[in-house]
Design a protein around this ligand. Structure first.
Ligand SMILES: NC(=O)c1ccc[n+]([C@@H]2O[C@H](COP(=O)([O-])OP(=O)(O)OC[C@H]3O[C@@H](n4cnc5c(N)ncnc54)[C@H](OP(=O)(O)O)[C@@H]3O)[C@@H](O)[C@H]2O)c1
Length: 336
């Protein structure tokens, strides 16, 4: 698999990253191990998890199942050195009883109020927990999972910098963060000589967010512009196929993941991607992954999250989808 440089660090990661969020909960161990084996055998290196994956999968879960599974897989295979291992802290939640209540599903409004945050103590114990679960002495990329405005950035940055100087973390990233915060983070890091983030992990796909959306997680035009001007930050795009909604209208109908994208240009974008997919002989989900892989400014590392081996195979095959300059132009222009 081809690689791309992480920011301007000189470190290269595979251009398609594998999300492990569902591994150990929704996706069973045998399937997860097979997916990991195949991904590495295909030359993939970039694995993504978080300390909180995936508490919401089932009542009684405390999160950490994905990292534990990765720890077992790394021990079994001995392939730690082949992997660029990314995890995250600050997004675990407290008071799970209140979040679940008596309902069959967790209440995300309560959950979002209950993030542990990016204070020094929280981050330190989060990182120690991640290292223990993954049975490793360092992570390659450590993200602040959910930007935390209640904790002084100085406290968070100084703590993260200490992780780097202690050799427990190699590179830093931030996720679910607004552009003005990113700029402040970088300025503070520069002023104090602290390690600056080299990756930003945001929700990003082919459909464009609708106007007026209150959401600091989905890339907007300003963030794209900022990233174009700052290529020392790599955009890692999570939910790149928006939970697989591109392939069929029936799957899109009423799907919660569509809501942020229900703008006036959505139909034109969906039609364009279906048209291009039919022309090049792939599925619309694959065409979206291919479109992301073809982006050069900013460069994008799509972070796919297959639940099954079949979904994994479909996602990986997008690496072979070539889009002509004309097709890319048509996709870019759709709904403009
Ligand atoms: N930083 C953050 O806050 C954040 C948030 C979310 C995710 N992430 C990371 O990003 C990774 C990917 O995110 P994601 O899981 O949201 O990405 P995604 O790939 O857009 O969505 C995964 C879902 O899409 C569907 N799918 C996948 N391949 C498909 C295919 N070939 N055809 C049809 N449907 C398909 C499946 O839905 P069904 O299960 O319904 O079949 C699957 O569960 C995660 O593993 C995690 O590492 C980070």
């Amino acid at each position: 698999m081809k690689t791309t440089e992480l920011g301007r660090t000189g470190e290269h990661v595979s251009r398609l990253a594998l999300g492990c969020m569902q591994m150990g909960t929704t996706t069973d161990e045998t399937t997860s191990f097979a997916m990991l084996d195949r991904y590495l055998d295909a030359g993939g290196t970039f694995l993504d998890t978080a300390d909180c994956y995936a508490w919401w999968s089932t009542r009684g879960s405390n999160g950490g199942e994905s990292e534990e599974l990765l720890g077992r897989w790394l021990t079994r295979t001995g392939r730690r050195e082949e992997v660029f291992l990314a995890t995250k802290g600050s997004g675990m939640v407290h008071d799970l009883d209140a979040i679940w209540g008596d309902a069959p599903e967790p209440d995300w409004t309560v959950a979002r109020r209950n993030y542990d945050g990016a204070g020094a103590g929280v981050l330190r114990s989060a990182l120690e927990g991640s290292l223990r679960r993954m049975r490793t002495d360092h992570v390659d990329l450590y993200y602040v999972h959910v930007d935390d405005r209640a904790t002084p950035l100085e406290e968070t940055l100084e703590t993260l910098h200490a992780f780097v100087t202690e050799g427990k973390v190699r590179f830093l990233g931030w996720s679910n963060v607004r552009t003005w915060r990113l700029e402040r983070i970088r300025q503070l890091a520069d002023r104090h000589g602290w390690t600056a983030p080299v990756a930003v992990q945001q929700q990003h796909s082919y459909l464009r967010r609708r106007a007026g959306l209150e959401n600091g997680s989905i890339v907007d035009d300003e963030q794209l512009d900022y990233l174009r001007a700052h290529d020392d930050l790599t955009l890692v795009a999570y939910s790149p196929i928006t939970k697989g909604i591109y392939d069929s209208a029936a799957r899109r109908e009423g799907h919660w993941a569509m809501e942020p994208y229900l703008g006036p240009d959505a139909d034109a974008r969906l039609a364009a991607v279906a048209e291009v997919a039919a022309e090049v002989g792939c599925t619309p989900n694959q065409a979206v992954l291919a479109w992301l892989l073809h982006q050069t400014s900013p460069r994008v590392v799509p972070l796919m999250g297959p639940r099954t081996l079949e979904q994994y195979q479909v996602g990986m095959a997008a690496l072979d989808v070539e889009l002509s300059a004309e097709a890319l132009h048509r996709l870019d222009a759709a709904g403009a």
